[in-house]
Design a protein around this ligand. Structure first.
Ligand code: GRF
Length: 201
């Protein structure tokens, strides 16, 4: 059977689009079985619908409003995904929610995450902004991007692939973001191909 991907998003979904496009051109030999979002308004849901991919939305707010815990959300999210798809590989592509070990332990196949910083640098939110600030304070000379395996600790786990990205003295946040996003699309496609070739039977 063709490898099945599940892609989790929270927003624009430009990285999801890169995967959709790479599958369409035959560069990635897989199928996206499901796109999951924790935000109802995520534009990536429209991208998925346009490509005919089933979507599933589950907001944390619905759990908080019902007095349920975040841990329960993670457990149910994992169950809901696995009821709907049999992922060979699960890709967090701009999914802005830290998944707990309760989520991860339900997945027997790899879960990977794209992060716009180098390993050990700027974990968590606003990574690009924080890198630019550090560059302006002369604390770093360049930044980067990486795709890594997801483990319980945020934005860490074995690095699958990483790439340095220069920061220019003339860079505004928008310019740096644009450069990073364009390279992320290429890196994510490379990482998915690599994992499918080496780890997915
Ligand atoms: C990317 O920069 C990714 O590294 C980060 O969130 C952003 C998502 O962009 N975790 P998009 O939704 O794929 O356009």
């Amino acid at each position: 059977m063709i490898p099945q991907l599940v892609v989790l998003i929270s927003g624009n979904g430009s990285n999801l689009q890169a995967l959709i496009d790479a599958i369409e051109t035959g560069d990635i030999k897989a199928q996206i079985a499901l796109v999951v979002s924790n935000k109802q308004a995520a534009f990536g849901l429209e991208r998925a619908a346009k490509a005919g991919i089933p979507v599933f939305v589950k907001t944390l707010k619905s759990y908080k409003d019902a007095g349920k815990t975040r841990q329960q959300y993670d457990i149910d999210l994992a169950s809901n995904i696995l009821e709907r798809a049999k992922p060979s590989l699960t890709v967090l592509a701009g999914f802005m929610h830290i998944l707990s070990p309760d989520f991860l332990s339900k997945f027997k196949t790899p879960v990977i995450n794209l992060h716009p910083a180098l390993p050990g640098m700027f974990d968590g939110a606003r990574a690009i902004e924080r890198a630019l600030e550090a560059f302006q304070k002369k604390e770093i000379e360049h930044t980067g991007i990486m795709v890594h395996k997801v483990i319980a600790h945020v934005d860490s786990g074995d690095v699958i692939i990483k790439q340095n990205i220069p920061i220019l003295a003339s860079d505004t946040l928008e310019m740096l973001q644009e450069r990073i996003h364009a390279l992320e699309h290429l890196l994510l496609v490379k990482a998915v191909k690599l994992i499918l070739e080496t780890e997915v039977i």
